[in-house]
Design a protein around this ligand. Structure first.
Ligand code: AMP
Ligand code: GLY
Length: 420
């Protein structure tokens, strides 16, 4: 069987690598992928994620059994609908089902309709009304652009002034373009964040190990929000009862709700949750795997990933199995300056072998040889599994200390919240 993965980051590297390790998979193509992936025997294909018909032609001429869609923007653009219309299978939600991610207003209305616990909110297109709401509610308060804004359209405001300024930038100054033409203003939720993933077909779903991302750029959760600087799974201090509650009060009702709305869900459902004093509540839904969470969840899968996805796609019960001991932890290495402007072309350390995995997010071969250079904001991630968070940290940070990371940076405290 030959498979295609759409996307180019560390998440797609992890998905493709796990698929290639499956029985009966002879080749995994990644479009557009990045050069670092080729070191693991993956084949990269020079087609962009928005070139739906070129991707479908590739699937046709290369006898692709099915395609795994990585990124949110491809799903929001209806890539799965286009594949299906052409008679090809793709693992990911339709455009209508993916609206759970690409419109926060839609997600909020579904949560209200099906009584799924989340922050109280209002939706506004008019600045004066938004301002009045903020002044009435008081701070802290959260202001969000409605549409996809690459994780940057959220302002957790400590003061009323800051919140009003954020609403002004989105509604009057057009800072996020169309994404910010409508804003959600919501109650600040206090608690620990975690990510809960499910592989879904309709009302059937399979829960993955819990994970915790680190979204801020610098140690101690300081600095700007990023796509994610490191993660670990499972979250050892999160009791199973919290997961059970989240499944009953969040995963089940949202999937049943989507069926009632005529938008049955297929693919990965990513619940961004916060454990409040009143139990788990939804911060956001995403319609795809998380990055960097995928890179620390998939190494824990002990069953055949390609077979599992094939079964889910075809409506059969997948036999999924996970490591039930230890912790898998990964640290992202990013370009100096990320998430703002950064340089490319920094020479990268050699790929690790043994029990530390290197997943590449932004890497490119130098023109005249095999030297791998940085080519993105997040560049690569080191991942390992050990008996405890502390032991996994020790392994990764020892390896990073040996590597030449000039021109690059990483956080030194991934997983530390689980140790205190
Ligand atoms: P989002 O893009 O919706 O995931 O938001 C980005 C980050 O903002 C989240 O990971 C949280 O840390 C924070 N955040 C979002 N909504 C809330 C909320 N209602 N209360 C507290 N923090 C929030
Ligand atoms: N880990 C955050 C995200 O994938 O959106």
């Amino acid at each position: 069987m030959k498979l295609l993965v759409v996307g180019s980051g560390g998440r797609e590297h992890a998905i493709a690598k796990s698929l290639l390790a499956s029985d009966g998979v002879e080749a995994v193509y990644v479009a557009p992928g990045n050069d670092g992936m080729t070191l693991d025997g993956l084949e990269i294909v020079n087609i962009g994620i928005s070139e739906h018909s070129a991707l479908i032609d590739f699937a046709k001429s290369n006898d692709i059994a099915w395609t795994f869609i990585g990124p949110d923007d491809a799903l929001a653009a209806g890539i799965v609908d286009d594949f299906n219309q052409a008679g090809f299978k793709a693992f990911g939600p339709s455009k209508l089902a993916a609206e759970l991610e690409w419109s926060k207003d839609f997600a909020k209305s579904i949560m209200a309709k099906y009584q799924i616990p989340t922050a109280a909110y209002g939706t506004f297109t008019d600045f004066e009304k938004a301002k009045a709401y903020i002044e009435k509610q008081g701070a802290p308060i959260v202001v969000k652009a409605d549409g996809l804004a690459l994780g940057k359209g959220v302002v957790v405001a400590e003061t009323v002034e800051e919140a009003v300024e954020a609403a002004r930038e989105m509604l009057l100054d057009n800072k996020f373009g169309d994404s910010g033409a409508r804003v959600i203003i919501e109650e600040f939720l206090d608690g620990e964040e975690f990510s809960l993933f499910a592989l879904v077909n309709g009302d059937r779903f399979y829960i993955l190990p819990t994970a915790q991302d680190h979204k801020r750029a610098y140690d101690g959760d300081k600095g700007p929000n990023t796509g994610g600087m490191g993660a670990y799974a499972p979250v050892p201090h999160l009791p199973q009862s919290v997961v059970d509650t989240a499944v009953e009060t969040i995963v089940k009702p949202v999937l049943e709700g989507m069926i009632k709305e005529g938008r049955p869900y297929l693919g990965v459902l990513y619940c961004g949750l916060i454990l409040t004093a009143d139990g788990p509540k939804v911060i956001e839904f995403n319609a795809r795997f998380g990055d960097p969470e995928t890179q620390i969840i998939l190494p824990r899968l002990t069953s055949d990933f390609a077979q599992n996805i094939t079964d889910i796609l075809e409506g059969r019960e997948p036999h999924m199995a996970w490591l039930d001991e230890g912790v898998t932890l990964g640290v992202v290495v990013a370009s100096n300056g990320y998430p703002f402007a950064y340089d490319k072309g920094v020479e990268l350390p050699a790929k690790t072998d043994g029990d530390i995995i290197t997943y590449y997010a932004g890497a490119k071969f130098a023109e005249n040889g095999q030297l791998l250079l940085s080519n993105g904001g997040r560049v690569y991630m080191l991942v390992t599994t050990a008996d405890s968070v502390k032991a996994a940290q020790n392994k990764i940070y020892k390896e990073l200390a040996k590597q030449n990371t000039n021109g690059l940076f990483y956080r030194h405290d991934i997983g530390s919240k689980a140790i205190k």
